[in-house]
Design a protein around this ligand. Structure first.
Ligand SMILES: [Zn+2]
Ligand SMILES: [Zn+2]
Length: 85
């Protein structure tokens, strides 16, 4: 999990801002699914992109708006995994 956090916010990274301090978001699409949850199944997001940024910016303010702007949770998680590989 520390390795994930050290990547910094994945959205900020995609916008060109590296090493933005991140919180760990547990993707909704994994919850209740057949896939076993893993410590690596988290997406690093800064407080703004995670909770505080408002609709269209923060994931928890509205997931559809967030995904329209920055990509789906699945896409971001795949990117995180690729960066860690
Ligand atoms: Zn961010
Ligand atoms: Zn979250």
């Amino acid at each position: 999990m520390d390795a994930v956090a050290r990547l910094g916010c994945i959205v900020c990274r995609n916008l060109g801002f590296l090493d933005s301090p991140a919180e760990l978001h547990h993707p909704r699409f994994l919850a209740g699914g057949a896939q076993r949850s893993s410590h690596m199944d988290v997406i690093p997001l800064c407080p703004t992109h995670h909770r505080l940024g408002g609709l269209g910016v923060a994931l928890h303010a509205g997931r559809q708006s967030f995904e329209a702007a920055y990509g789906s949770e699945a896409e971001l998680l795949a990117q995180v995994r690729a960066l860690l590989a």
